[in-house]
Design a binder for this molecule. Structure first.
Ligand SMILES: Cc1cc2nc3c(=O)[nH]c(=O)nc-3n(C[C@H](O)[C@H](O)[C@H](O)COP(=O)(O)OP(=O)(O)OC[C@H]3O[C@@H](n4cnc5c(N)ncnc54)[C@H](O)[C@@H]3O)c2cc1C
Length: 418
């Protein structure tokens, strides 16, 4: 094994850091993790959707079968009109074509399972260990500060999320606010009188004043997340925190234009208002495209949201983070002593960034579906937006996303380094 892989350190035991550690372990590369939060800290209180491309990564690591009984599994996302009639079924995950359905489960449930497996595979995670900054990078490795103490690594991988401290060594670029914020909450599926017994709850309800999107968070579909997104002026960190704690303000945002909605949306808003203490705020930030994800000497690199936080409407944040983890571990595991690490990381960056660019384009289609009716109709008159929405709903239309060919590209590159 190349000496660069003798002492690999990951910063962050979130979703991408945990999966990276397991993928490195599969490739016989030992590693350890520093995580700022404590093990007992509860992860964000909402679910994540794992699309077929993310499922494939988890399946290879033996995680998918463990989370299957805890996940709501679906093939379709349904677009509904204000009365709740289905107007379009978007095939988001046909298992006959893509191999998997989409799995949705609470983030803490997924994270707990990943951390259990880290434990079983004896991968050391130090909790309450906050990475502060890089001290020095040389041709031999990296020194850095964790909780004020100097640590060393041959390779340091930042999986420390959108506000990454590791990224600061690679790029000064901060994340940028998209101008859109989402308010979301949870309710028991049984609290709503649905228009039909078979009403599909993984859906988007398009009413005139706005759109509600929802999805089941648990295997039997009994708990639902419901969200609305709006244009909202930018705030600083304290401002966002103050808004998040002001549940009455969040509730009036969620119920904005209440009188203009039809009965179905109104009854959902009524139930959410009755549970307004549970409302959460999600201002959408994204990372501008970076020129590279690694330092000049190649001993420091970033993955997941640290490298490319993408618009939430893509539904691909976690899934792309899993792809980063899988492909990086595969690449590192196949490196020969002759291959230059920096050259390999640059190849990997281009491979991954090309996919991220395509995912960002896809997110713009979903953003259109979530606009109020007047704005949606205006955009629909543009020929390019209609045709792209149709291509998404065709049966094989998502193969590029759900069945990536990156493994083959890595294998081919390793055989014939440029
Ligand atoms: C409400 C919400 C819903 C979402 N739903 C979906 C979805 O359905 N599907 C989807 O694909 N994506 C979804 N996303 C996006 C997805 O959550 C992110 O893309 C994903 O979590 C990125 O994983 P990550 O590991 O890179 O970052 P994170 O999940 O942010 O993890 C970073 C980790 O690093 C740790 N850390 C941070 N700084 C330090 C430091 N200095 N030292 C040590 N450790 C540190 C953090 O404590 C954390 O554990 C959603 C996001 C939100 C906010």
């Amino acid at each position: 094994m190349s000496s660069i892989l003798n002492d690999v350190v990951i910063i962050g035991a979130g979703l991408s850091g945990a999966v990276l550690a397991l993928a490195l372990n599969e490739n016989s590369i030992p590693c350890r993790i520093y995580e700022a939060r404590y093990e007992r800290d509860r992860a964000l209180g909402s679910g994540v959707s794992i699309a077929p491309n993310g499922c494939r990564v988890l399946d290879r690591l033996g995680i998918l079968e463990r989370i299957a009984p805890k996940s709501y599994q679906t093939e379709y996302q349904v677009i509904k009109d204000a009365a709740g009639r289905s107007i379009r079924r978007v095939n988001i995950a046909n298992p006959d074509i893509y191999g998997y359905k989409t799995y949705r489960l609470y983030r803490h449930v997924l994270l707990d399972e990943l951390r259990k497996v880290l434990n079983e595979r004896k991968i050391h995670v130090e909790y309450g260990a906050k990475f502060e900054r890089i001290v020095e990078e040389t041709a031999y490795g990296v020194t850095f500060l964790v909780n004020g103490e100097i640590k060393r690594a041959s390779l340091l991988i930042g999986a420390d999320g959108i506000h990454s401290a590791v990224r600061r060594y690679i790029s000064p670029q901060p994340p940028e606010y998209t101008g859109i914020a989402c308010v979301y909450g949870h309710l028991p599926a049984g609290s709503i009188q649905w228009p039909t017994r078979e009403f599909e709850k993984a859906c988007t309800i398009q009413d005139d004043p706005g759109v509600l999107f929802m999805g089941p968070e648990v295997a039997d579909g009994s708990e639902l997340l419901v969200g609305r997104q709006f244009a909202y002026p930018t705030l600083d960190r304290t401002g966002w925190e103050a808004l998040e704690t002001d549940k009455s303000r969040l509730c009036s945002l969620f119920c904005k234009d209440y009188e203009g909605f039809q009965q179905l949306a109104k009854s959902i808003m009524d139930q959410i208002s009755a549970r307004k203490e549970g409302l959460l705020l999600w201002p959408y930030y994204r990372m501008p495209k970076l020129e590279h994800w690694s330092s000049i000497l190649g001993h420091i690199t970033i993955i997941g949201d640290a490298a490319h936080a993408i618009p939430p409407s893509s539904g691909q944040g976690v899934n792309q983070a899993f792809e980063d983890a899988h492909t990086l571990a595969l690449l590192l595991g196949s490196l020969s002593r002759k291959t230059e690490l920096k050259e390999a990381l640059d190849f990997w960056y281009h491979l991954r960034q090309t996919r991220i660019d395509a995912v960002v384009r896809k997110a713009q289609e979903t953003d259109i579906l979530r606009l109020p009716r007047t704005e949606r109709l205006l955009l629909k008159q543009r020929p390019e937006s209609e045709s792209s929405q149709e291509s998404q709903s065709t049966d094989h239309g998502m193969k590029w996303l759900y069945m990536p060919t990156t493994d083959d590209e890595i294998t081919a590159w390793i055989r014939v380094p440029s």
